[in-house]
Ligand binder design. Structure first.
Ligand code: HEC
Ligand SMILES: [Cu+2]
Length: 470
């Protein structure tokens, strides 16, 4: 509904609304006086009332006072076409129930003189003294800054690499932790800047009791926009530079590193020391000497990760990946697979020991002498080394694969219905070509390449051992 004694105002608004919203808008009435308007409220039930702000013949306050008597909830717009040239000025715009109109009227009345000055100046916003405004801004700006500073300080107390990260046990960890530290400091500041300013606003700019005015609408601040584009840009570029520098440091090769071949398979780790000629299930390293790990996966992607060393590398089937670590602290750690790789992924861990050079040499000697001479004992030894026990028990427990207990000589039934006696040839074939015959009731889950590095002699040892499991 449109309230104006000037027919042109009404027509103009009607055309404007229709051109904007087309069918969606329906002007239910155009009235020229307060009496008509109030009467029309009861009969026409408009959703929106547009009141001509400049029309002397329409007494806004009277209209609003009378409007209080009705219970109808609607939107009221006080609109002026006079001052803004080609623009329309909306003086006030509210959705309210009748009970709220009283407050609104009071607010307009309280502003009394301010209201008349608004009318004469044609400016919709009450102007405060420029000087007072500036002083106020400065005080709040400073207050918010102090707030942000205090929060940053608290953040820095908590976000510390020495508290939050595991022990630092490799040379490669140093540049990584430094980078972490920088990130932590920046994050503490950014968190304080954002959350601190929000908290400050919530505390100091919250709505005062009885205040029902709208907030000031602010658009655009070129300086601010340039600042928040350029500063983060420089920060991110700086971080990418520091980051690539840290990466280069972690990749730096030493002239004579210790070589270790690491094999990951579902769900075990194996470490071969080609120069020393040993295979182990624990990774033992001399302190302060760089080790170059050649990482291989037998079946699916695994990931080599010792948190204390910080560096991490995926193992991809068909590729050899390189990782360099210089352990800097004697101690016991744990290697874990950091890439979900199947049912027992969470148990794919291996002990890591960093020892002095003497202890390490000693360990090598012990290992060289531990390969048993008895074929049966050797068979069990290979089962350990090649990670077969992740899927096969020796005591009859059903794991991912069948237990080896009582396997030898047993009659096996396969998925396709055929059967066979588990003799030496069958066991040999099951190890070399796991997918060829699938035992009924089990998935085809044995890694196809699991035995690629095993010799026939080793498999023979395993068969001798399995024979003893009755
Ligand atoms: C990721 C799990 C897994 C690993 C590791 C694994 N196997 Fe298996 N294995 C299976 C499953 C599942 C079967 C049964 C399905 C089949 O016949 O392929 C099986 C079957 C076998 C069989 C036949 C058993 C029977 O009852 O007929 C033998 C022998 C065997 N595996 C030996 C080995 C040896 C030796 C190793 C270590 C070099 C090994 N497996 C490693 C999962 C595994
Ligand atoms: Cu894994």
């Amino acid at each position: 509904m449109i309230v104006s004694s000037h027919p042109l105002f009404g027509k103009g608004i009607k055309r404007l609304l229709e051109s904007r919203f087309g069918e969606g808008v329906n002007v239910v009435g155009m009235v020229a006086s307060v009496e008509e308007a109030i009467a029309a409220l009861m009969t026409l039930h408009p959703d929106l009332v547009v009141v001509d702000y400049d029309d002397g013949a329409v007494n806004r306050e009277e209209f609003l006072a009378r409007f209080v008597e009705s219970e109808h909830r609607l939107r009221v717009v006080l609109l002026s076409l006079k001052e803004g040239g080609s623009n329309a000025i909306v003086y006030d715009r509210r959705t309210m129930a009748a009970s709220q109109v009283e407050d609104w009227l009071k607010e307009w009345a309280d502003q009394g003189s301010a209201l008349s000055s608004i009318i004469s100046m044609g400016k919709p916003i009450v102007q405060r003294s420029k000087f007072l405004q500036m002083k106020n801004n400065l005080i709040h700006g400073f207050g918010a800054l102090v707030f942000v500073f205090i929060m940053t300080a608290i953040g820095l107390l908590v976000l510390r690499t020495d508290i939050l990260l595991p022990e630092q046990a490799s040379l490669q960890a140093v540049p990584i932790d430094n980078l972490f530290g920088l990130h932590f400091r920046l994050i503490a500041f950014l968190f304080a800047l954002i959350v601190g300013t929000i908290l400050y606003s919530v505390i100091f700019f919250r709505r005062k009791k009885g205040d029902i005015t709208d907030a000031v609408h602010i658009t655009g601040n070129t300086n601010l926009e340039i600042a928040w584009t350029v500063v983060p840009l420089i920060t991110v570029l700086a971080f990418s530079f520091i980051g690539s520098d840290a990466l280069a440091k972690t990749l730096k090769p030493d002239p004579k590193p210790l070589e270790v071949k690491v094999t990951g398979q579902q769900w075990a780790w194996r470490f071969e020391y080609p120069d020393q000629g040993i295979i182990s299930n624990e990774l033992v390293l001399p302190v302060n000497k760089q080790v170059v790990l050649r990482l291989q996966a037998v079946d699916v992607i695994h990931s080599f990760w010792v948190p204390e060393f910080r560096v991490k590398q995926d193992l991809v089937p068909g590729q050899v990946k390189i990782l360099r670590i210089t352990p800097s602290k004697v101690g016991s750690y744990q290697l874990m697979c950091a890439e979900i790789c199947g049912q027992q992924h969470a148990y794919m861990v291996a002990p890591v020991k960093v020892e002095t050079q003497d202890e390490f040499d000693n360990w090598i000697n012990v290992q060289l002498n531990t390969i048993p001479t008895d074929p049966v004992a050797r068979g069990q030894f290979w089962l350990d080394r090649y990670g077969c026990k992740a899927c096969h028990s020796l005591d009859g427990t059903k794991l991912v694969g069948p237990s080896f207990l009582g396997l030898y000589g047993r009659q096996e039934t396969f998925e396709d219905g055929s059967t066979a006696i588990a003799d030496e040839a069958y066991i040999y074939e099951s190890i070399r070509e796991p997918g060829k015959k699938i035992v009924l009731g089990y998935p085809n889950a044995m890694p196809a390449n699991v035995a690629q590095e095993m010799t026939d002699e080793q498999i023979q040892d395993i068969i001798e051992f399995i024979k003893t499991l009755k």
